[in-house]
Design a protein around this ligand. Structure first.
Ligand code: HDL
Ligand code: ZN
Length: 416
């Protein structure tokens, strides 16, 4: 390999390692939401990804797992996935990356020593250290106005930690309207189950009030694998008559995360969701019919990734983002990032972390930077092979676009 190629590779890997990140989708909470904050080793070990992987070994039934205390659950996960079998899955390796980055000795395999370390960290100090180790500048949270605890906290108008940006999450409205409309009626919105004109007016009022209260950077919802648009469902009318008009008016992107099959195994609770191939034609129609709306789209099925990239070439109001959930593994990130660079160049958002536990920011971004850096290096090496030279500024500009710039320009804001 020519000297210049080695420097290209080294410069790209360094630029990705140094990149400051806006993490556009997480389930983390600013410390104002103390009771909802997950952090430390027991929360890491009882992450629903690891619950599913533990129960697979037949060491307990799901019911038997849930009956245990969180500490006992963590003990069982640790024994099953780390002691009785080597922890090679992405989520298990992630726990070790976190421990290692905090300078803990993973070779000791001493779970109680890790507990002692995390018990010594205040929420604030823990948050600061994680942001520093992960080199994340800010992240977007998922706020669900239909979650009682979140609702109550928002209504006290909390002053958020500036690193935490809200997104208004509408799964309950779009995917469970039959039950959600009861809540909304109870809260004083004159709605009914067939989403007539009056209901649309009231739903728009609800959205306006929450947008005024939360100042979200986007509106979001996951959508089931059988999502179809438009159709005769309440969801379609809520999207076309309420969500998209308000989002357009407020200049807010709409993030649809498509392809989940919720609770295929109900006994596993939050670990019981699965994935399935979804209808790309519905995404096509959303972009076609609503050219003034800005769509952030990620899909859960590996089989949908290529078609989604092709659609993104056709519609500049479609920004593809992330390797979501079961696609957030090194092998899938590599495949999908190559595909996106080949088809979209730098006009896409390669990753979000989906972190649920504060410490996830460390491993999810370390693992993603490694894979995305390697993929980018190969693409720049191909440029170098044609005689095209890139300055360090070129590389840093491209990397900054991927890890925050593209999002903030889509959102029409600066990352303050
Ligand atoms: O719907 C979502 O936002 C998903 O990310 C789910 O929260 C899922 O449980 C998850 O955490 N995936 O990483
Ligand atoms: Zn998520």
């Amino acid at each position: 390999m020519r000297l210049r190629d080695i420097t290209v590779r080294a410069r790209v890997l360094q630029a990705v390692r140094d990149a400051r990140i806006t993490d556009i989708h997480t389930h983390l909470f600013s410390s104002n939401f103390e009771s909802l904050t997950l952090r430390g080793i027991d929360d890491l070990l009882t992450y629903h990804y690891l619950v599913a992987e533990t129960v697979r070994w037949g060491v307990t039934t799901p019911e038997g797992f849930w009956k245990r205390s969180k500490r006992e659950q963590a003990d069982l996960v640790w024994k099953t996935l780390f002691i009785d079998h080597s922890p090679v899955s992405e989520a298990a390796k992630g726990v070790l990356t976190v421990l290692n980055r905090f300078g803990l000795d993973t070779s000791s395999r001493n779970l109680d020593s890790y507990r002692e370390f995390f018990d010594g960290l205040s929420a604030q100090e823990h948050t600061d250290r994680v942001f520093e180790l992960a080199a994340v500048d800010n992240l977007v949270m998922t706020y669900d106005p239909f979650n009682e605890v979140e609702r109550k906290t928002w209504q006290q108008h909390p002053k958020l930690d500036a690193r935490f940006k809200p997104a208004l999450r509408l799964d309950a409205m779009l995917n469970e309207w039959e039950s959600t409309e009861d809540y909304m009626r109870f809260w004083g919105y004159d709605v009914n189950d067939y989403v007539d004109i009056k209901t649309c007016r009231e739903v728009r009022r609800f959205l306006e009030e929450w947008i005024d209260c939360m100042d979200p950077v986007y509106i979001a919802s996951s959508l089931p694998s059988d999502f179809a648009f438009p159709d005769a469902s309440a969801r379609s009318r809520l999207i076309s008559e309420c969500v998209l008009p308000i989002a357009e008016e407020r200049g807010l992107p709409v993030a649809f995360m498509i392809g989940v099959k919720r609770r295929v195994n109900t006994a596993l609770k939050s670990a019981g969701d699965s994935a399935a191939i979804s209808d790309l034609a519905s995404v096509e129609r959303l972009c076609q019919l609503y050219p003034s709306n800005k769509f952030l789209i990620t899909m859960l099925a590996r089989e949908n990734q290529h078609g989604l990239c092709v659609l993104s070439r056709k519609f500049s109001n479609l920004m593809v983002f992330g390797c979501w959930w079961f696609l957030n593994t090194p092998s899938m990130i590599e495949e999908i990032t190559h595909m996106r660079l080949d088809l979209l160049g730098f006009s896409m958002i390669p990753q979000h972390s989906d972190s649920r536990v504060l410490d996830h920011l460390i491993y999810k971004w370390e693992h993603s930077r490694e894979v995305i850096g390697e993929v980018l290096a190969q693409h720049y090496e191909k440029l170098a092979a044609t005689g095209w030279t890139v300055s360090d500024e070129d590389i840093r500009r491209d990397v900054a676009d991927l890890f925050g710039g593209n999002f903030w320009s889509l959102a029409g804001r600066q990352a303050q």
